[in-house]
Design a protein. Structure first.
Lengths: 113, 117
């Protein structure tokens, strides 16, 4: 069985601060995929990034960066110079090769002006 | 590209009544999912279809929930009879399929918010 844990329920920062959202996962599969999704107040979850279990390269996309460490089963997400528009609930998810996704309970990020 | 369409957006019913939600996935997406998202929690998978066949319905409360995906395109999720604890947002998602590097990448609809009184 798969499990995803997002220990931070809520985070509040002031605009322009950097913030890291933690994600720890459990799986017995050797092939799996890790994801981050953003859920703004409108409710629709939006895909941000996918990593497969064989690719531990970190990735940067603009102000977003992701750190995948297989040794600690973690897939953390950092927002640099946060903005008010980054306020949302962020979900980490793990998918099997069969396409079944397990989500964490989310981290609510509030960025104050 | 049109996104995943869901209806209705909101539904309020009394307990023991029935309700149905509809989902139309992105054109060409073979896999369709229904998730239940209770306030403050992450989405929980109810059922996964591959074309018109069920891949995983292990977490679907089959005594009251049913889902179908006739013709392998749109899908309907039904709850009958509803309980108070069914109050949640029901999310439909679709993806390209089970194989390859896009496994698990989900495209979500806006959800259907159910309130059971």
């Amino acid at each position: 069985a798969q499990k995803v844990t997002q220990a931070q329920t809520e985070i509040s920062v002031v605009e322009k601060e950097d913030v890291t959202l933690d994600c720890v996962y459990e799986t017995r599969d050797t092939t799996y995929y890790l994801f981050w999704y953003k859920q703004p107040p409108s409710g629709e979850l939006v895909f941000l990034i996918r990593r497969n279990s064989f690719d531990e390269q970190n990735e940067i996309s603009g102000r977003y960066s992701w750190n995948f460490q297989k040794s600690t089963s973690s897939f953390n997400f950092t927002i640099t110079a946060s903005q008010v528009v980054d306020s949302a609930v962020y979900f980490c998810a793990l998918a099997t090769n069969a396409g079944k996704s397990t989500f964490g309970d989310g981290t609510t990020l509030t960025v104050k002006p | 590209e049109a996104g995943v369409a869901q209806s209705p957006r909101y539904k309020i019913i009394e307990k023991r009544q029935s309700v149905a939600f509809w989902c139309n996935p992105i054109s060409g997406h073979a896999t369709l999912y229904w998730y239940q998202q209770i306030l403050g929690q992450g989405p929980k998978l109810l059922i996964q279809f591959q074309n018109n066949g069920v891949v995983d319905d292990s977490q679907l409360p089959k005594d009251r929930f049913s889902a179908e995906r006739l013709k392998g395109v749109d899908s309907t999720l039904k709850i009958q009879p509803a309980k108070l604890e069914d109050s949640a947002v029901y999310l439909c998602a679709s993806s390209w399929g089970l194989a390859g590097g896009r496994a698990g990448e989900l495209f979500f609809g806006e959800g259907s918010r159910l309130t059971v009184l």
